[in-house]
Ligand binder design. Sequence first.
Ligand SMILES: Cc1cc2nc3c(=O)[nH]c(=O)nc-3n(C[C@H](O)[C@H](O)[C@H](O)COP(=O)(O)OP(=O)(O)OC[C@H]3O[C@@H](n4cnc5c(N)ncnc54)[C@H](O)[C@@H]3O)c2cc1C
Ligand code: FES
Length: 287
Amino acid sequence: MNKILHAEFIASGVKVFKILAPNIARKRKPGQFVVLRVHALGERIPITIADANEEEGSITLIVQGVGKTTRHMNMLEEGDYLQDLVGPLGIPTHIEKWGRVVCVSGGVGTAEALPIAQAMKAAGNEVISIIGARTKDLVIAEEEMLKRTDQVIITTDDGTYGKKGLVTDALQDILKEKEVNFILAIGPLPMMKAIAEMTRPLKIPTVVSLNSIMIDGTGMCGGCRVTVDGKKVFVCVEGPEFDAHKVDFAELANRQKIYLDEERKSLQKFEENCRFGREIEKARAEL
Ligand SMILES: Cc1cc2nc3c(=O)[nH]c(=O)nc-3n(C[C@H](O)[C@H](O)[C@H](O)COP(=O)(O)OP(=O)(O)OC[C@H]3O[C@@H](n4cnc5c(N)ncnc54)[C@H](O)[C@@H]3O)c2cc1C
Ligand code: FES
């Protein structure tokens, strides 16, 4: 079991956790992730290692509550325990001195982009970060990104913070003004696909981090299979990062929807149980 050393919400539905995992903290590299279970009968979910502190033996995870397991995890507090953590998994990001690098991230993808942006900067690149969110309350890790990169541009769909519009608009503006040598995009699939289409004709090397459904995270189950450059690959062991211009995004979008019905039912049941639990607590308090 792994102890939670610190837990706090940093945006609506987004919680940052510091978790005791000394072996993972020592070995992890940018771009890698863990597969965790919240409780013994729970499913396994992949979460990126956003940061690590070797001295403390801790890793930092940033979790967006989107379904049953992530919402359950976001109910845990400092002093609680996770059932287990496996990692570090996945191939670390290839870090190189490209020149000017733009890291584009949407939603909780910013947590995943943080360690990579930091490593790109340490390798001598000029790093510009574009962080996108639907609205101001969902912008995460702005300060952390400011500390690690040369420039941070925020976009919100509704214009409540930063520039109004999409991350692709901000990227378009940069591409008109400056030479860009490498682009990393992490976020929702439509965003990563749009960036791939934008940079393909310009021949700018572009890498995306794929959020395919993972089960074991070790190349055994085939759950995370995607097609890249016409070949079947397993994201958990051969990724999660791939050449954006070679990914079959349509197939990946379909595969992400495979368990939608089960996910919906599972979340509904979980919410009913939470409500039931609260009602029992209330009734007890009134006795
Ligand atoms: C390499 C990798 C790194 C990730 N890093 C982060 C991170 O740092 N922070 C974060 O908040 N999220 C991250 N995710 C996404 C996270 O794993 C899913 O949001 C989570 O599994 C959803 O589980 P759920 O039960 O809460 O929601 P569900 O209702 O089960 O699913 C909601 C949606 O999440 C996706 N999903 C569901 N189960 C899985 C699964 N086992 N593996 C992957 N995706 C799934 C599906 O698209 C699904 O429609 C990452 C995913 C991958 C593949
Ligand atoms: S998660 Fe099972 S093969 Fe990748």
